[in-house]
Design a protein around this ligand. Structure first.
Ligand code: PEP
Ligand code: MG
Length: 582
């Protein structure tokens, strides 16, 4: 068994499909040549073989995963035909009498270094493509073993070093049984997305994986415990198959609760809303009974395209979401790129600390027209539903004021165009930076609501990168510092008379329910897949008992003690619940 980080719940059993990435060393014996004609012939043969191999991979990938994901391989074919790349290789053979593989390796290094120096994320990604194609060519020149792909088109477990949100955004969930990555933690955006799609995910395998996983290997991943089995024996397969059946049954039973109101046994009610990042997820949110959208991560509609979406394109998406939600409110968060979220067509500067850098509201305030276009689109959608605006990563009163100033300009422009929108639209902020907690009383006077983003708050308060698997064990949402910050944020909001919701991953963790009830949070917004689990827990809880446990937690001094108390309480609770879904 290999221990990773259980990032998205569920069990997956199936064959691995490893996203190819490889590097080759050159043998000392094949450096120079005197037979140029032979080297050119070898080079052309290598190009021909690489081309047909890429075409096969592209077609197989298209069939298994879909058209869009397979486009990457068309880009790879174009590199094989690129005259600049090919001239560089031919020039090295011709002028320096070097063997074809040496020429290819030197050409790759040349272009990769050149693109890397450009300080441009897009070009860096192109450098990766050149490396990938060049390495495939090298593989053929060196006679290295073939990449083995799944012989059939059965759904598979996707294995990769790491996966970016833009790689995941168009993945076909019916083809991917599960995901295992070498790097990454529990709250990366790829993980959040896969949770929303109901795909089990184990990350952070790099340190414990001794032998690389191969495409076609039979494997089991357990996204709850972070366990991975390669070539499991029969009894392990039987054990996990039965767990998977139980999970499915439990899910079906929970679905019966979709239309039931989320209220504790003693009458305390909480709004359970959904976090969404696409129209597709909106359908799941509705299916699982979300009463609203507490966080629409709009950056995902900016991804996997070549240009920024226009005002109209955005408006259509926001309007669709607003109309689908009917009377429920829809909180649309303005663009939150930077950190682990990038747009191919909007290169961000290379930064040592991207999470502390050019991100979220900082970009919006810097790129005013971009921001205003989005605000106009959101405003227009407010005519069709209960739409609210939310600014991400606020750390000062000035930022809220500047953003509101631009919002007023956007309103004025719509007025001039005679377009209807809700002039009293509510505007709130994310509380996810420690500075915002410290001045929550001041910010509350400038905002209509707060939404606590615990994913970022935990990383900033504890100085623990949410993406770094080396320190994932230090990422403690139940740290006393976090509990105190949650308490002071809610108190500031209460004093100012504005509502507070929680939209970080903590909202979807059943163990934290006592805290929300004691603190008096109004709304929990979570991945749609978590909604029914949380509702089930609420329906079976007594708010009075929960409050007592939470009060005890707030007195404890260590994360370990707090987590243990919440775990024990949750376990005791789980065995006494009345709706039989376990
Ligand atoms: C958060 O930081 O908790 C949050 C909800 O925002 P995101 O995960 O998109 O950064
Ligand atoms: Mg955040």
């Amino acid at each position: 068994m290999i221990q990773g980080i259980g990032a998205a719940s569920g069990v997956a059993i199936g064959k691995a499909f490893v996203l190819p990435s490889w590097e080759w060393d050159l043998p000392e014996s094949r450096m120079d040549t005197i037979d140029l004609a032979k080297e050119f012939e070898r080079l052309y043969e290598g190009i021909r073989t690489s081309r047909s191999e890429i075409e096969i991979i592209r077609d197989e990938f298209k069939e298994v995963v879909g058209e869009e994901e397979s486009n990457i391989f068309d880009a790879h074919l174009a590199i094989l035909e690129d005259p600049i790349f090919m001239n560089e290789i031919q020039g090295i053979i011709e002028r320096q009498y070097k063997a074809a593989e040496v020429a290819v390796k030197e050409a790759i290094d040349h272009f990769v270094t050149m693109f890397d120096l450009l300080d441009d994320e897009y070009m860096k990604e192109r450098a990766l493509d050149i490396k990938d194609v060049g390495n495939r060519l090298l593989k053929h020149l060196l006679g290295a073993p073939e990449i083995t792909l799944p012989e059939d088109t059965q759904p598979y477990i996707l294995v990769a070093k790491e996966l970016s949100p833009s790689q995941l955004v168009h993945l076909n969930p019916s083809h991917v049984l599960g995901i295992a990555t070498l790097v990454g933690g529990k709250t990366s955006h790829s993980v959040i997305m896969s949770r929303a799609l109901g795909i089990p995910f184990v990350s952070g395998l790099e340190n414990s994986l001794k032998t690389p996983i191969q495409t076609g290997d039979m494997m089991i991943i357990d996204g709850d415990e972070g366990h991975v089995f390669i070539d499991p024996n029969e009894s392990t397969i039987i054990h996990y198959s039965s767990r998977r059946v139980k999970q499915k049954k439990k899910k079906e039973q929970l679905e019966l609760l979709a239309s039931v109101e989320a209220v504790t046994k003693d009458g305390v009610q909480l709004n359970l809303s959904s976090n969404i990042s696409s129209v597709k997820e909106m359908d799941t949110a509705l299916k699982y009974g979300a009463v609203g959208v507490g966080l629409f991560r709009t950056e995902f509609i900016y991804m996997n395209r070549d240009t920024f979406p226009s005002e109209n394109e955005q408006f259509e998406v926001y309007r669709h979401v607003a109309e689908s939600m009917g009377n429920g409110s829809v909180v649309i968060r303005t663009l939150d790129i930077g950190g682990d979220k990038h747009l191919d067509y909007f290169p961000l500067p290379e930064e040592d600390n991207p999470y502390l850098g050019y991100r979220a509201i900082r970009i919006s305030l810097d790129r005013k027209e971009l921001f205003k276009t989005q605000l106009r689109a959101i405003l227009r959608s407010s005519h069709y539903g209960k739409v609210k605006i939310m600014y991400p990563m606020i750390s000062s009163v000035e930022e809220v004021r500047q953003a509101n100033e631009i919002l007023r300009e956007a309103m004025k422009e719509l007025d001039e165009r005679g377009i209807s929108y809700n002039h009293d639209i509510q505007v709130g902020i994310m509380i996810e930076v420690p500075a915002a907690v410290a001045i929550a009383d001041l910010l509350a006077e400038e905002s209509d609501f707060f939404s606590i983003g615990t994913n970022d708050l935990v990383q900033y308060v504890l100085a623990v990168d949410r993406m770094n698997e080396q320190i994932a064990h230090m990422y403690h949402p139940y740290h006393p510092a976090i509990l105190r910050m949650l308490r002071s944020t809610v108190e500031a909001a209460r004093n100012a008379g504005i509502p507070v919701s929680v939209c970080g991953e903590m909202a979807g963790d059943e163990r934290s329910i006592p805290l929300w009830i004691e603190l008096g949070v109004h709304e929990l917004s979570m991945s749609p897949e978590s909604l029914l689990r949380i509702k089930h827990r609420l329906l079976n809880t007594s708010a009075e008992e929960d409050k007592e446990v939470a009060r005890e937690c707030l007195q404890l001094r260590t994360s370990t003690e707090i987590e243990k108390l919440l775990n024990d309480y949750h376990d005791a609770h789980r065995s006494s619940i009345s709706i039989a879904v376990d």
